[in-house]
Structures are given as structure tokens and as C-alpha cells.
Design a protein around this ligand. Structure first.
Ligand SMILES: Nc1ncnc2c1ncn2[C@@H]1O[C@H](COP(=O)(O)OP(=O)(O)OP(=O)(O)O)[C@@H](O)[C@H]1O
Ligand SMILES: [Mg+2]
Length: 442
């Protein structure tokens, strides 16, 4: 038997499986490291050069997906193998998207294990030899990045589920930072066409005079500088999804062309007379009121109706505050691992502050606050680690906002309780005349 010297790290919360795997791998002459939790695995990864990571998915506290994501970010060239007891199609998809290269379901035979391990190690060696870099995969890819359990959020998930396997055009509305792009990615990556490309184009970031060329491409000589034929984003996204972010900022010429592309499923490059078939799904997003833009003649009404075959309204965070604890948890995991190599907790007091704040910047703002707190905190996240602007709101939580008149009534009553009904005394405190007080009480 050849003498292998590779280091393999196995992560499984089930001791029996851990031992079994370790025994087999030792038989194959590998160095084996064992971890019964993600936490332990992180410690080992820090100190030991690992040639292959084998991990379970379902584990208490931090699951294998999180570990894989962390590993992809910090050890992109380390091959990963996933072992799981839950062979579901969705599970496999999640794993592949989180960057694991191979996937085995329990129980498996010795030969299956041996082959998977060898394949993994080979991959790792190939990478080292070519110094190729695996494209970064930590960009909000999959569905499982999205958390939330409010009714409002679940409605969004329901629509995603309905549209993921067809190619209906989708328009996503929502304030800035609500998760529109994540919704677009979820539609693409959870559906039948996920193997095709997902191309995100921010229309607002492309100057008007370049939008058409970028989207539809051009032929050589079509304009000064067009020194070769070039495909646009439509063709790049063929077979997959084209995400047109900030669609409200597309210029009118481009809107006309978009409408044609949606209707005919064909495009023409600038400078060309030939129509070319395109087969893709369009998902557009906006935080503008498009109906208002239509009234102002900035947006084509017919295009609007073409785009809104399916409409998804992503609710602002203030309308789904029950999602806040889950989101905070998610970001604590994400940034705890990133900056601290461990999971951080949050004090109930601090969480309460986060739950009360109205979050005008929505999830992005919440994420930034948690990220900053993780960097600042030296233990669990406490009230002191939160920015001051959150705290001003404590005495007037948003759900208790009321007309001034009602507030006044409440306050007067409160003062009267204090003076035990003594109106003269109350009028003194309030610095109004007794008569004014009497009028107000009426
Ligand atoms: N349901 C969710 N669960 C976890 N993270 C989320 C969720 N929704 C949004 N996020 C995170 O919040 C941030 C903002 O989301 P995203 O970029 O999708 O918002 P957006 O609506 O496109 O914002 P903008 O209008 O500013 O472009 C991202 O980091 C994203 O990962
Ligand atoms: Mg966006």
C-alpha cells in the first residue's frame, strides 16, 4: 500500500461516524484529524495544513454549510467532501452552491469513500499545480442565505417558489436594502435553470449612452471604438437569468429595445440587422415608484406591464420586525466567523434595542450595525457596542407613535395620577392655567 501523507480533517457531531471514518482513512494511510463540532474544526484548520476537509451538514449550533462557506473564503483551494444522512435534492444543491465539490450520502461503502477521497485530493493537487484560483463563491449565492419567518417574508418565499422553475419575467419592488438582489439570486439559484449563468446588471451604474451596447452588444465598426464584435449581457445570460437592477434608470431608447426583446425573445446588436434569438429569464428590480415614473413619462407603460408578469414586493424591515432576531443571528454567525473565528452571542437588552429601531436602511443597515458590533465587542454583543442613534428611540418605540393630541392626553393623565387628582397642582406642573387644564380635560 502506498504511504500517503495527506492530512484529512473529519467533522461530524456523531462520534460513531467520526470514529468509523477515521478508522477507514487511517487504513488508507492518511493522517486523520477529528472534530466533533465546527468550532473544533476551526481550531484545527488554524494550526494544521489540511489537504481535504470532510464534513457532515446537520450539526447543532453551527452547521456544515457555514463551515464550508468559511473554508471557501479562507482556504479556497482546499478540497471539500460532504457526508450527510439526508439525501435530498435540495440539500445537494445547497452543498454544491456553498462550494463543496463532492457529496456522499450515508451509508457508503469503503470503496465509495476511498474514491471520493482520492478524487478530492487529486483536485486539490491540480489546483496547487496550476495555482488556479477558484472563483469566489461567498457572494450571497443561495436561497439558504435568506432568513426570515414573518408572514410578510414567507409570502415572498412562496412567490419565489412558484416562479423558480419557469421563466416568467419578474419585477421586484422594494426599498433600498430590503434584499431585492438576494431575492433575484434565490429565484435563479433555487430553480430549474440554476445551472445557467446569473448576470446582474446595475442599469443605474451604466451611463445612458453605453446602456444599449452593454445590454445588446455591437458589431465591429458600429461606432468609433467598436473594433470587434461583442456580445452584450443578454447573450451572456443566455440559458440563465439576466438581473436588471435599478430598471427605473434605464434610458428610454433602451426601454424600447427591452420591450422588443421581451416580446420577441430576440435582440439585435448595434450595427447589425440580424435578429438573434435569446433564451433567458429577466428579473428586474427597482426602488422607484414606476407608476409615478410612467406619469412623468420617464418610464414606458407597456414595458412596465411586460415586466410585471409576476410582481414581488419585498417588505421593508419595519413591517417584519419579527424577522430581526433571526437576521441578527445570521449576521452574528457570518461576522463572528469572519472577524473572530467564533460565534458571538448578543445580550437580550441589546437585541431589544435592535428590535425596536425602525431601520430606514432596512436589512443592509441592520447588517452593518451587527458587523460593526462584532468588531467592537470584546464579549457578547452588549448595548455599549451599538451605535448611539439606535438608543434615542428607546423611549418612543415606533409602534407606539401617536398623534400629539393623544400624547398630551396621556401625559396630563399621568401628571394627575402624580398629584392624586389635584388640578391646581397639575396645572402648576404643566405651566398652564386651571381653565386651560379644565378645557383639555373636557
Ligand atoms: N432575508 C435575508 N436574510 C439574510 N440576509 C439578507 C436578507 N435580505 C437581505 N439580506 C442582506 O442584506 C443586504 C442587502 O440586500 P440586497 O443587496 O439584496 O438589497 P437590495 O434591496 O438589492 O438593496 P439596494 O436597493 O440598496 O440595491 C445584503 O447583504 C443581503 O445579503
Ligand atoms: Mg440591490
Amino acid at each position: 500500500m502506498p504511504l500517503n501523507k495527506e492530512n484529512i480533517l473529519i467533522v461530524d457531531d456523531d462520534i460513531k461516524i467520526l470514529e468509523l471514518l477515521a478508522r477507514r482513512l487511517k487504513e488508507f494511510n492518511y493522517h486523520v484529524f477529528k472534530a466533533i463540532s465546527v468550532k473544533e474544526a476551526l481550531f484545527i484548520l488554524k494550526d494544521t495544513p489540511i489537504d481535504l476537509l470532510i464534513t457532515d451538514i446537520q450539526m447543532p449550533e453551527v452547521d456544515g454549510i457555514q463551515l464550508l462557506k468559511y473554508a471557501n473564503e479562507h482556504y479556497p483551494n482546499m478540497p471539500k467532501l460532504v457526508v450527510t444522512g439526508y439525501p435530498s435534492v435540495d440539500g445537494a444543491l445547497e452543498v454544491i452552491k456553498s462550494g463543496a465539490m463532492d457529496y456522499m450520502t450515508k451509508p457508503f461503502t469503503k470503496t465509495e469513500l476511498k474514491m471520493a477521497v482520492e478524487r478530492g485530493l487529486e483536485h486539490g493537487r491540480a489546483h496547487q499545480a496550476s495555482l488556479a484560483t477558484i472563483p469566489s463563491r461567498n457572494q450571497n449565492l443561495p436561497f439558504n442565505e435568506m432568513v426570515g419567518n414573518s408572514t410578510a417574508f414567507n409570502q415572498v418565499l412562496t412567490i419565489i417558489d412558484r416562479v423558480k422553475d419557469n421563466r416568467a419575467t419578474v419585477l421586484i419592488h422594494g426599498e433600498s436594502g430590503t434584499g431585492k438582489e438576494l431575492v433575484a439570486r434565490a429565484i435563479h439559484y433555487s430553480g430549474k435553470y440554476s445551472k445557467g449563468p446569473f448576470i446582474a446588471v446595475n442599469c443605474g451604474a451604466i451611463p445612458d449612452n453605453l446602456q444599449e451596447a452593454e445590454l445588446f452588444g455591437y458589431t465591429k465598426g458600429a461606432f468609433t471604438g467598436a473594433d470587434q464584435n461583442r456580445n452584450g449581457f443578454f447573450q451572456a445570460a443566455s440559458g440563465g437569468t439576466l438581473f436588471l437592477d435599478e430598471i427605473g434608470t434605464a434610458c428610454l431608447d433602451v426601454q424600447t429595445k427591452l420591450l422588443r426583446a421581451l416580446q420577441e425573445k430576440e435582440i439585435t446588436k448595434i450595427g447589425s440587422r440580424t435578429m438573434e434569438k435569446v433564451d433567458l429569464r429577466i428579473v428586474a428590480a427597482t426602488n422607484m415608484d414606476l407608476l409615478e415614473e410612467i406619469r412623468k413619462k420617464n418610464f414606458r407603460e407597456d414595458l412596465y406591464y411586460r415586466l410585471t408578469v409576476v410582481e414581488i414586493k419585498v417588505p421593508p424591515l419595519r413591517d417584519r420586525k419579527s424577522d430581526i432576531p433571526l437576521l441578527v443571528d445570521k449576521f452574528l454567525q457570518k461576522y463572528g466567523m469572519e472577524y473572530r473565528d467564533r460565534l458571538l452571542r448578543i445580550d437580550p437588552e441589546a437585541l431589544k434595542i435592535l428590535e425596536r429601531y425602525p431601520w430606514p436602511g432596512n436589512i443592509r443597515e441592520l447588517e452593518n450595525v451587527v458587523q460593526r458590533a462584532v468588531i467592537m465587542a470584546d464579549g457578547p454583543i452588549g448595548v455599549k457596542d451599538l451605535p448611539d442613534f439606535l438608543k434615542y428611540d428607546i423611549d418612543f418605540p415606533e409602534e407606539e407613535f401617536m398623534p400629539l393630541r393623544n400624547m398630551e392626553k396621556k401625559y396630563i393623565k399621568r401628571v394627575l395620577v402624580h398629584t392624586k387628582g389635584n388640578k391646581t397642582r397639575a396645572a402648576e406642573i404643566l405651566q398652564i392655567s386651571r381653565k386651560t387644564l379644565r378645557d383639555k380635560l373636557d
